[in-house]
Design a protein around this ligand. Structure first.
Ligand SMILES: Cc1ncc(COP(=O)(O)O)c(C=O)c1O
Length: 409
């Protein structure tokens, strides 16, 4: 009999594909297992606040559904999404100025699936793919799983660094696409300036390099005056660039629904729909029905307004604690929305040493190299304030600051 994974000499190893053979569980994951102690204060996860979910509202919405809708919730649905949700979500996205009528909308199983579908649609093994450095880890792993050659481009306070991008665009081997997270970046927390978006549009126009614009956090702004800056590039709708816009219900309703979307040009939609058919046939009807009702009842708008305020309060608590406890040589952003704060430490610092000490002290975060496409640069770290109360933040940040001083002096 075939014995997979047994330790006798006749062990037969599964013959995995080349693309997935290089996927490894990282040391970060091992560290995180250590950090699952119940008494530890975690600034590690990018998770919405547990106690902020609209549990009662969703319960009431489900109870209020007629039997026909309840049955739809239990049934398979069309691959692109339930028509009713496609319609209500189109209205939600149209308010952001997105061109829902000249593009196609596809419901995905989280926006993570959207990134995966796009990766599968575009990437052949060793194809160059441009990403920001640092970059959202889920995007890195989705593109890695198709054996992409990831090319990291640094970011500054205003977005991707244009000179570095231009250099990569001009190279002989044309990149398959560029992936960016311009609105409350994960992990760097930054918000692209209007000027940088314009420069980016100019650089990509007519170059046949599609842009994947990931807008998972744009609704979670803290300041009204930033709204113009939050206008998606997809909404600017520049000619001569294929833009694949992805979004998610995860941060504005709950990641447990596993619902996201992509708004893409027709030909890309056609391919992604086919790929999705083979991946999961359809996204969960149950949560699609609930998300649809949440939008149609208007509660999505009041709910987002409430959580925005709460995340701002948490971000402010973290900023205050960092101001009080961090040494001057640490650089960091003051968040204007989203979930994250990014700390940059002196050049040679190894953030893994800091996190080990912090865990001993009772706090945890994610080290910088997790988000480096090359997996190396480690003089930075990500702190999330989203799933902690201001009190927990006030207690946890001194532990992080102490660990930094112990390592950096
Ligand atoms: C930038 C970004 N994009 C996409 C996702 C994926 O979210 P989901 O698959 O839950 O929609 C996340 C989750 O943390 C994220 O931070």
């Amino acid at each position: 009999m075939r014995q997979v994974g047994s330790d006798n000499n006749n062990t037969i190893m599964p013959r995995f594909s080349k693309a997935v053979s290089s996927l490894r569980s990282s040391e970060i994951r091992d560290l995180m297992t250590l950090a699952s102690r119940p008494d530890i204060i975690s600034f590690a996860g990018g998770m919405p606040g547990n106690e902020l979910f609209p549990v009662q509202e969703i319960e009431d919405l489900f109870k209020g559904l007629d039997i026909k809708k309840k049955r739809i919730a239990f049934q398979y649905g069309p691959t692109p999404g339930l028509p009713s949700l496609l319609e209500s979500l189109s209205g939600f996205l149209e308010k952001k100025g997105l061109p829902v009528h000249t593009n196609r909308l596809l419901i995905t199983t989280g926006s993570q699936q959207g990134l995966n579908l796009l990766g599968k649609a575009f990437i052949d093994p060793h194809d160059p793919v441009l990403v920001e450095n640092p970059c959202f880890i889920g995007a890195l792993s989705a593109f890695r799983s198709y054996d992409a050659e990831l090319k990291g481009i640094p970011v500054d306070r205003d977005g991707i660094v244009m000179e570095a991008l231009q250099q990569k665009i001009d190279q002989k081997e044309k990149p398959k696409f560029l992936y960016i997270t311009p609105y409350f970046h994960n992990p760097a927390g930054l918000l692209y300036s209007t000027e940088r978006k314009e420069q980016l549009i100019t650089a990509l126009q007519g170059r046949d390099i599609p842009l994947i614009e990931d807008d998972a956090y744009g609704d979670l702004y803290f300041y009204e005056e930033d709204r113009e800056q939050l206008k998606p590039i997809k909404a600017i709708n520049p000619e001569g660039i294929e833009i694949c816009y992805t979004g998610s219900f995860s941060k504005i309703l709950g990641p447990g629904l596993r619902l996201g979307w992509m708004l893409v040009p027709e030909e890309i939609y056609q391919k992604c729909e086919l790929i999705k058919q083979s991946a999961d046939a359809c996204s969960p009807s149950f949560t699609q029905v609930l998300a649809d009702e949440f939008i149609r009842s208007g509660q999505i708008y009041s709910y987002i307004a409430t959580v925005r305020q709460e995340y701002k309060r948490r971000a402010n608590a973290m900023v205050a604690a960092l101001r009080e406890h961090l040494p001057d040589y640490v650089q960091w952003n003051e968040p204007r929305g989203g979930f994250y704060l990014w700390l940059t430490l002196p050049e040679e610092t190894d953030a893994t040493k800091i996190v080990q000490l912090a865990i001993e002290g009772g706090a945890v975060f994610v080290v910088g190299k997790t988000f480096d496409p090359a997996g190396k640069r480690n003089n930075s770290l990500r702190l999330s304030y989203c799933n902690n109360t201001p009190e927990q933040i006030a207690e946890g940040i001194p532990i992080v600051a102490r660990a930094i001083r112990q390592v950096c002096g």
